[in-house]
Design a protein around this ligand. Structure first.
Ligand code: URA
Length: 230
């Protein structure tokens, strides 16, 4: 990869700004000052420094976002801010959300540029567990547990895969589903005569929402978290 492209990718500045850093002699490759901005580097094996700090190029970025209400799970939207507007870094790294949460759903959203992992996690064959915490209006009935286990039939006739309904009392519950149909949790609750008033995703596969992340905040996944998803 060209040296200036790599530095711009890593958010050390615009292409113009990083060219300036290179021309000023601030950038070293394997210990040698390089003043040539189209110098080709091996981004995985060369040692690249800006003055004293070493730069580690990571091809893939994995971010856990605690999605707030009011943001669309997309890379672009005409009317509303998107979840990517909450991530100021990595503008040039082609990040995208893995799957969708409704605009009013909060909680765990994975954001990455690793298309292969996203594809694997979202594939209907993967059956990744998604756990939601919800508040709802309507009357709880013990029969919910079996109905969810047996497969709720949605308004369009689709029979959901077996899911778990865990009653928390006080019109609160956890629901664990293995698929991701449009408005699935809300529609499952409608089918048992209830209306979801608050929905938060608390886990996705082996990944749990870091409760120390306030809504709207994000952090990188740890290596262990990335491995657990793979
Ligand atoms: N189910 C829903 O109804 N909405 C979501 O955002 C996620 C799951």
């Amino acid at each position: 990869m060209r040296l200036d492209k790599l530095l711009a990718h890593m958010d050390y500045g615009s292409r113009k700004e990083v060219k300036e850093l290179i021309r000023k002699g601030y950038v070293l490759v394997n210990g040698n000052v390089i003043k040539d901005d189209d110098y080709k580097v091996d981004e995985f094996n060369d040692e690249i420094n800006i003055l004293d700090s070493e730069i580690k190029y990571e091809e893939f970025i994995y971010i856990m976002l605690n999605k707030p209400d009011g943001y669309v799970s997309a890379t672009y939207d005409f009317n509303n801010p998107t979840v990517l507007d909450l991530i100021n870094d990595y503008k040039k790294r082609n990040l995208f959300p893995v799957g969708r949460l409704d605009i009013d759903t909060v909680g765990l959203l994975l954001i990455t540029n690793d298309g292969a992992l996203a594809h694997k996690l979202l594939s209907p064959k993967s059956h990744v567990d998604k756990k939601y915490y919800l508040k709802y209006e309507g009357k709880y009935d013990e029969s919910f547990i079996k109905k969810f286990q047996d497969g709720i039939v949605l308004d369009d006739g689709y029979k959901c895969m077996s899911a778990s309904f865990i009653d928390l009392g006080n019109n609160e519950a956890y629901i664990i589903i293995k698929e991701g149909k449009f408005h699935q949790v809300k529609r499952m609750m409608e089918s048992v005569g209830c209306n979801v008033t608050f929905l938060k995703r608390v886990s996705f596969g082996n990944l749990s929402l870091d409760e120390s992340l306030e809504e709207g905040k994000w952090r990188h996944l740890t290596i262990e978290e990335v491995e657990s998803l793979k």
